[in-house]
Design a protein around this ligand. Structure first.
Ligand code: NDP
Ligand SMILES: O=C(O)C1=N[C@H](C(=O)O)C[C@H](O)C1
Length: 251
């Protein structure tokens, strides 16, 4: 039974991780959040600033994070201090945050993924192949999420963009507007926020009188929770370093 500390336990993903954990060989032994809540579904909740002490007190094997970069960094640094691996699911890290996560991974195993669905991993591989093969086609990237999402574009859209830019020298144009012709080397990137859309991503490649559309739609947050818990179990006995969700799937 893997003992898990859950950062963001009071949030949308936190709630789903607690539900998903109930059917698995894992136990959520402590949660972290800043709001004044004593427990969630019987799991004690601790402020992130007290994480180092709580990780030891509750004998945590691995932390799972779905929160905000600021909180993830505080808890990741507590993990580094106490030798506890961490799965990072929060999105929206800036350069400084990314460097701080790199530093954490010198002390403990760290696995960060912007999307814990298996389908997105396959989409990423397909995107790489399509962009390389159709090297003169126009590219446009779209994502849609629920109205509570605070970062845009989504972490997944940024990861897809990174994959594309490893294959082709394109310049992102975010939420295009105004009066100017499209340049050959631009990629439009669009974010929509509405209702409770769980997460949709689409890349179109257009040219030569055809349009190839590569898309993914998450239908339930449980897909992300299940992937993150699989990653947590896999990571719990790894040595310090940076790991990817692709390694979990391929294992
Ligand atoms: N990688 C993936 O597969 C996925 C990633 N995500 C990402 O997970 C994150 C959370 O998403 P979601 O659950 O919808 O968001 P919510 O807004 O519903 O939840 C955010 C959580 O973070 C906590 N939080 C807020 N501020 C802080 C802080 N300063 N320190 C510690 N905790 C804090 C909140 O609790 P409180 O206010 O009590 O502190 C709450 O528990 C987002 O970055 C999202 O993009 C989401 C789905 C899948
Ligand atoms: O906030 C969300 O909900 C999601 N966030 C992740 C992202 O930013 O890509 C993953 C998923 O799309 C859901």
């Amino acid at each position: 039974m893997t003992r898990i500390g859950l950062l963001g336990i009071t949030g949308r993903m936190g709630e789903t991780v607690v539900e998903t954990a109930a059917d698995r060989d894992v136990e959520i032994v402590v949660g972290f959040a800043t709001s004044d809540v004593e427990s969630v579904e019987g799991v004690p909740v601790v402020h992130p600033e007290d994480a180092a002490e709580a990780l030891a007190d509750y004998d945590v094997d691995v932390v799972v994070d779905f929160a905000v970069p600021e909180g993830a960094l505080v808890v990741a640094e507590a993990c580094a201090e106490t030798g506890v691996p961490i799965v990072v699911g929060s999105t929206g890290f800036d350069e400084d945050g990314t460097a701080r996560l790199d530093a954490v991974s010198e002390d403990v195993a760290l696995l960060k993924a912007t999307n814990f669905s298996r389908g997105i991993q396959v989409l990423q591989r397909t995107v790489r192949e399509a962009v390389a093969a159709l090297d003169e086609y126009d590219l446009e990237l779209m994502e849609s999420h629920h109205n509570g999402k605070v970062d845009a574009p989504s972490g997944t859209a940024n990861s897809i963009l990174e994959t594309i830019r490893e294959e082709r020298d394109v310049e992102p144009v975010y939420g295009r507007e105004g009066h100017a012709p499209r340049s050959e080397d631009e990629i439009g990137v669009f974010a929509r926020r509405a209702g409770d859309i769980r997460g949709e991503h689409e890349l179109i490649l257009a040219g030569n009188d055809e349009v190839l559309s590569l898309s993914h739609r998450a239908e339930d947050r449980a897909v992300f929770a299940a992937g993150a818990l699989d990653a947590a179990v896999w990571l719990s006995d790894r040595t310090p370093g940076r790991y990817t969700f692709g390694e979990v799937i391929d294992a």
